[in-house]
Structures are given as structure tokens and as C-alpha cells.
Design a protein around this ligand. Structure first.
Ligand SMILES: *Cc1c(COP(=O)(O)O)cnc(C)c1O
Length: 228
């Protein structure tokens, strides 16, 4: 099969899984946005997925992502930055990203805000929360106890919109248990910031559990693009 046929078949399978997972918990498929995580895959794959109707793309490295966003600027795609952000790269990310999923510290929020204002853009920000019992800063994500203050910081900064939460399920725990905690953090955030409704959770291996826990944005890489 050529690449276009492979991607079409993968997209059909993933869309079917999403629909089944939504139906199982009484949610509408239109409540869930599929983000194709295209890191390490060429711009030509993004073009093919765009022809198949995918509009949202996720990347995790600044150089690779900005290069693809430049090359594909005419397509009107939405770019999600899902990787850890070094503070000194924040301004460059603010130039092309529409959504940053990995805001996990006030200094990063401040740097993204300065970049967004300079670029005259608005960045939707998701606070990345660590679901590890003992958060390890190397893997990214704020501790749950830090979320309230971080949310207030993002909400107060120009150029940023507080959109919700993002998390990655830890490897050593069933994803449903980790996502149940995440749903609790989200409820607490919504009580204070009712517009911060997005929940970015669910990857190729745990999209069912994420949808059951209320995910609004799925970050799907290998199930769509294949394994490197
Ligand atoms: C790579 C990546 C994904 C996609 O993971 P798959 O298991 O390939 O679907 C999702 N989220 C983040 C943060 C990633 O880095």
C-alpha cells in the first residue's frame, strides 16, 4: 500500500475507535478533537492527513514544528505544541503554535506571554499536570498542588488564554486510575475558571480510558502514523 492508503486506513480505524469509546460512555464524537502527533514524520504525511480532513497537528520540538508550520502555512492547520518547552524557546513557539499543552511553570507562562504579545497572537494554554505520585521535573508537568497558582498566573497574562489541563498517563499504573485523578483536578480548576474546559489526555494506547474520563483532545501518534 502507498503512504496515502496506509494513513487513510489508520485514520479510519482510529476514528472508529474514538466513536466506539464515545458511544460507550454516552458522549458525542464532536466533543472530542483528534490531534495527529506527527513528530519525526515528514510534512508530506501532514499534507496527506490534511487531505483526509485532519486539521489539528501536534509536534514536540520547536525547530521541527516551526519548519513544518512554515512549509504548510497555506493549509490553515491548527498547531499544538505538546513537548517540554525550554524557556528560551518560548518566544519562537509563540510565533507558530495555536495551543501549548505543556505549560508547567510560571516562568514559562511569562515567556510565552511575552512572545505572544510580540507576535500579536493569542496562545491557548493547557497546564500540564504530573500524574506521577512523586513528580519528577525531568518529565515535565506541575505538581497537582501547584495548579491553582499556575492557573491564576496564566489567566492574568496578556496574550494567553487559559484553556484547560493536559496530562500523560504514567507507565506504572492503569491509565483509568491516573485519568480519574486528572478528572478531579479538572473539576477543581473549572470551579474557579469555568472557561478552562479542555482536557488533553489520551494517546494511541489509552484513548478509551481518556474519553471515559472526559478528554476533549486526544494526542494520537503511532496509531495514525505507525512506529518508527
Ligand atoms: C508522542 C506523544 C504522543 C503520541 O503518542 P502515541 O503513543 O504515539 O500515540 C502524545 N503525547 C505526547 C506528549 C507525546 O510526546
Amino acid at each position: 500500500m502507498n503512504r496515502a492508503a496506509v494513513l487513510a486506513a489508520n485514520l479510519e480505524r482510529v476514528s472508529g475507535e474514538i466513536a466506539a469509546a464515545c458511544q460507550a460512555v454516552g458522549r458525542g464524537v464532536d466533543e472530542v478533537t483528534l490531534i495527529a502527533v506527527t513528530k519525526t514524520w515528514p510534512a508530506s504525511d501532514i499534507r496527506l492527513l490534511a487531505e483526509l480532513g485532519v486539521r489539528e497537528f501536534g509536534e514536540n520540538r520547536e525547530q521541527e514544528a516551526s519548519g513544518k508550520a512554515d512549509e504548510l502555512a497555506g493549509l490553515g492547520l491548527t498547531w499544538h505544541f505538546i513537548g517540554q518547552v525550554q524557556t528560551n524557546k518560548a518566544a519562537r513557539i509563540a510565533r507558530f503554535a495555536d495551543v501549548v499543552h505543556s505549560v508547567d511553570r510560571p516562568r514559562l507562562a511569562q515567556a510565552l506571554s511575552r512572545g505572544a504579545v510580540a507576535a500579536e497572537r493569542e496562545l491557548s494554554c493547557l497546564l500540564q499536570v504530573s500524574l506521577d505520585p512523586s513528580p519528577d521535573s525531568a518529565r515535565g508537568g506541575a505538581a497537582p498542588t501547584e495548579l491553582g497558582a499556575l492557573a491564576a498566573t496564566v489567566a492574568s497574562l496578556p496574550g494567553l488564554r487559559l484553556a484547560g489541563l493536559m496530562a500523560v498517563a504514567p507507565l506504572d499504573e492503569p491509565p483509568a486510575a491516573a485519568f480519574a485523578r486528572l478528572a478531579g483536578y479538572r473539576e477543581a480548576l473549572l470551579a474557579e475558571f469555568p472557561d478552562a474546559r479542555w482536557l488533553s489526555a489520551g494517546m494511541s494506547g489509552d484513548l478509551h480510558e481518556a474519553i471515559a474520563a472526559g478528554a476533549t483532545h486526544l494526542r494520537i501518534g503511532s496509531a495514525l502514523l505507525g512506529n518508527r
